[in-house]
Design a protein around this ligand. Structure first.
Ligand SMILES: [Zn+2]
Length: 124
């Protein structure tokens, strides 16, 4: 009986380790983006790296603006001149191809990953 309990504990320990390993692996393969592309009126306005924390303001023609910050690789809109403030209320983004859209100001923030080039090479 005593031996069996000890083996059970070892088994539970192994299962726990496997679970932790699985989640760690999932976390790594989630492919966080490495840059954010700022689009305005359908044109590329600027590209910023997610590796540096910063606060950036996109200025539109008739005095419109969108201010977003990058913290720990997460892009989050913190202020905007648009009336609906939908973009400000949106949660921060950091995964590949996630976007924050401000329709009134025609501003789009999209996270893009540097690994996309590598995918192309594999496809060829
Ligand atoms: Zn907006």
């Amino acid at each position: 009986m005593k031996m069996l309990k000890k083996n059970d504990l070892i088994l539970v320990g192994i299962i726990l380790l496997l679970c932790i390993g699985f989640f760690a692996y999932r976390k790594m393969t989630e492919a966080p983006g490495s840059r954010v592309e700022v689009m305005m009126n359908g044109k590329l306005y600027d590209t910023l790296t997610l590796q540096e924390d910063t606060v950036y303001t996109v200025k539109g023609d008739n005095g419109s603006y969108n201010t977003f910050k990058i913290t720990d690789g997460v892009v989050d809109m913190i202020d905007a001149s648009c009336p609906d403030k939908l973009c400000v209320n949106q949660a921060g983004i950091h995964h590949n191809h996630e976007t924050i859209v401000c329709l009134p100001n025609k501003v789009i923030l999209e996270v893009v990953g540097a690994e996309e080039g590598e995918v192309d090479i594999i496809a060829n």
